[in-house]
Write a new protein. Sequence first.
Length: 967
Amino acid sequence: MVSTPARTQPIGHDNAFDQVLQEFRRRLTPEEEHQFQGTTLDVLKIEILRIQSDQRKRKELMHMGRIQGFLEAMEQFGKVIEVFTNTNETLAFVWGPIKLLLLTAKGATDAFDCLLDAYSSIYNNLPIFQQYQDIFHSDDTIRPVLRSIWENILDFHRHALRIFDKSMFKLMFRSLWNDFRSRFKALLNDLHEQRSRLESHANQIHIRHSEEDRIAFLHELSEAKKMRDSEKYWAVCHWIQAPSWTLDHEEHQNVRKDYCNDTKHEPGLWVLELPTVKTWLTDPIPRNPFLWIHAIPGAGKSVLASVIIDEIRDKNHGLVSFFYCKSQNTERGSFVPIIKSLLHQLIEQQRDLTPYYYDVLGEKGEVPLHSEKLCKQLFQEMLLQTSSTAQLYLVMDGLDECPDKDREKITQLLIETVNNCDSKCPGKVRLLMLSRNERDIERRLLTHFGTPTKLDSDHLRQDIKRYIDYRAGRVYEKFSKPGTAGLTPEDRDCIKRDVLNKTEDMFLYAKLVMENLEAQPSLESLREELHPSRFPKGLEQAYARTMERVKRNPNKAEAALAHRILSLMICSIRPLRWREVQAAISIDCDAQQFQSSRRPVVHIKDICGSLITILDSGDRIEFVHATAVYYIVDQNNYIMRMSAQRAMTSLCLQYLSFQCFLPGSEEANRVKWISEGYYAFQDYAIAHWTHHVLGALELGSSSTSLAESSPTETADAQLEEFKDALVTFATRFNNELSKPLLSDQSQSSTFALPGGLEVLKEDADFSDFHSIWYHARCSRTFTDSRQDKVSLPPLQASLEQSRQTLEDMSINRTPVMRELYGIRWFKCDRLSCYFFHEGFDTDSSRRQHYDRHDRPFRCKDQDGCPGAVTGFASQKELDKHNNTAHPGINRLATTYARLKKPKTIKEETHKIQCPFCSLRFQFRHELRPHLSSHKNSVPPVEPTEPDAAEVTARGVGVKGEFQVSIK
């Protein structure tokens, strides 16, 4: 026992202790702070005894005595620091959290056990405060030790409160506690370090240096944890592989930005003032968590959705997860990709939940995530968890652009989940849908969403008017040259009035008409367009005028080029890059050559006008609106869908039959072909030729569909071209096509012959047609790793060789090569991966990407196990590693992880227990001096040996009970 020296300095208030406490209180919820204030040790003891009594009745005692030493130590600690603090309720913020944690965890056996073990471990690393009380008061250099201990105690409770705060903590406890485990071990080490410093009577300089080392260590620890967290987060992101949600949102933000720059007004802000929108956004508990806004096509719903999303973000209303559906892209209109995107956004905004999804990644063994059932489960769990702690807004735009079956799945899941959340936490999760008012959508939504919100016609019309005024000014500027009989101000005002009166609240109509007027080559043609007999009425005629201008292009080559480009876009599986379109047009199937002289040099907007829009810095092209495809294909028959599909299929098959795709070609030849652009279309053709074969053969269900007329070719000529492509491809890959892809032939025998193939049964080359269709059909059934490989080995080999040669040439990327192949030449080799066609700037970036692809199964033992860093390629390999390197631990089978600190040497040797408190000693003679501190105490009654029935499955009996007297 340390002797008590004379006090050399007066005891004074130390702000450091209050600052630590205030920082802890700042992170509490108002409810928690109110609940903790005034909690005393006696109140806590009574609650512990009550819990213990309940356990005894159930014959499930859990050694509550493990917490007793910690409570005694904290009581001593409170007496030591009370002179340094500015409040007499300091320890209330220790007793209160302990009480709340015990009450929360008592229903989950393993969680409760982990909590008691944690308190026992903390106690084992605390000093005996009474021995150093006077030193604390007299020596300022020792006080940082107390402050560090105080900081660690509160830090433990801050993290524990967040783990046990989750409404679904029983489900997520194992993952969250495991993630906290390294932090907790560092906390114990720091407590042990502080105790060692006191016990060794460190001098002032040593303490200062140790404090600096401690800060540096904690900084390193923090940085290491950030790195681990980042690795886990990106592994989860890669596992989910959600379609990007930022590109579409940025597109609509840019539309608003351009509008604002042109008109000096911010568009769409009025939507925030609509009563239903305002209530949905700001009411603490709105009458209805659902809101449906519907409007006619082209009214600007997507732009208004972006306004609402940015309002939620900018004003910190809560978390927001959104999606813009698009009919032109299967990833933007299908159930699983949409739910994965919504889930990914919520994980991004709540990264503290990453450990749970990281564990699911390892346990399910599904890379990437594609199971519809698992997607639904994870999304529902996420919303239930989020609703317990935060406000969440879901925004779905363009539901009408999804296929019917996907519409039904999406609405059913969202409505059921939001209703479930609302029943538990009213108003916490809210859903906004924007769409056209279609019958099936109305039928599904009205019951839950109530009366739909129609857009404010006056405000929308005002936004449209400002746009028309600006564009009319540009038309006037172009056609009113001084000294000529050009447009007059009266003509300009007439244009404004006529266009505005016919918009019918359709922004898209105004855009199409004004761009068409401005694009006219002469004043005469402009006046012709403005004549009442030709002025477009409605969106259909606006499209018709634009298409007519494209078709009437005096340059016949450009008119034909526009038809070719739009045909490629209509049937493409994903949005094409402009360089890919240029490459497709440069392919000469008859000569089996890449003709660079065919490559369009005219800007695509000059060719296709306002029918298309350009994204991603002028590279990605899409139709201006979902309605464009409808009017181009279904209403005006400018392009026949089946005709476009057959043309794209013929292009892919003929192209992949080129000599440059023969494996084993000379390196010099590949360099020559790359330089000439031969491989500029290979990423698309290799990935999607099977889609187009099935589309061309399975969509055509009758001879009529195969005999559709084309505006540029006869039906017979086009059909012969299609059949020639099939024969050429079958001849080139005959050996590979004749080999079965599916080992289970019973599965393939269920494939029904498609109608488009039925009508070709009498053709002499039918066996070739059938072999290609059958191969494509089988390859589309793969759900394992085979879905990421090219199904034809020669094409796979050719792809690898050409890409390797291109990468070797990356040192000298000339402007011409960048135009042909873009700027990201290091591509992922997995077909289903976004980066198969997107690529990376460097090989090192791709290698990091591959690490997540190839070895996603990581060992969960973060303490030095190489398997935690390098991972494993399969669940089987990970299981083998666990059985060998970590015998007896079945991490995937346990429901909750249990924090068990290995016994230290002291714990193994200090077996002599003090009868009055929880202290242990190695030898009897060490116990005797200690007993003098209990000279006025009465030894507790030793309980009798427990009955066998009183011993739980954990082997802990009544000897470990919490024993204390209440003051």
